[in-house]
Design a binder for this molecule. Sequence first.
Ligand code: 3NM
Length: 202
Amino acid sequence: MLPRLYAILDASSFPDHEVLFATAEELLAARVTLLQYRDKSGNARRMLEQARELRRRLGGSVKLIMNDRSDLCLAAGFDGVHVGQEDLSPVGVRKVIGERLWLGESTHNPEQVKEADRTSADYIAIGPVFSTMSKANPDPIIGLEGVRVARTLTRKPLVAIGGINRSNCLSVIEAGADSVAVISDLMREPRKSAEDFFRILG
Ligand code: 3NM
C-alpha cells in the first residue's frame, strides 16, 4: 500500500544541493516514506551524485524513486523508477530494473490509465488534477472528476498529482486517489507541511 503522501524533490527548485538535502532530511523527520527525485536538466552525472547522497543521508526507511532514469535508479541504489509517457515503456524499464523494484507510470487521461493498467506498473499517477507551476507544458487539467474516472479504470494504487496542497488534498483522496504527489506545497517549510498532510489525510 502507498503512503498518503508521496513527496517529490525537484532539483531545479533548489538554489543548491545542500538545501535539497536539508529539505529531504526535514521530510524524513516528518516520517515521509516515499520520495521521488526529479531532475529534468539532463545532467546525469550531477543526478547520480545527488541521488547517491540522498540514499546515504536518508537511509533505508524511505522508498526512493528515480524519475525517468532506470540506469540512475540502479546506480544510486534507489527502490524504483517513475516514467512518463515519453520515457522508456514499462516493458523497457523492467528489462533494466527487473521485477522486484517499483515502477510507476504517469498518465493524463482515461486511455492512458487503461493502458497503464495492463502493464506491470506498481502504481499509476494521474494528473494534473489542478493547475501547476512545477511542470513545463503540463497536460490539460483533469480536476477531481478526472481522479474519479481514473479510479473506475484501475485497481492499481492511484497517485494524484498536480497543484495538490494542504487545502485541497482531502478532496483528492475522497475522489479515489490512494496517495497525493506534491512538489511546491512541501518547499517552504517541508517538515511542517508534510506533518500537516499526514494530519489531514490520516
Ligand atoms: N507531473 P506541484 S503535474 C511532476 O500531470 C508533475 O503528470 C504532473 O507539482 C502530471 O505539486 C506535476 O507543485 C507537477 O503542482 C506537480
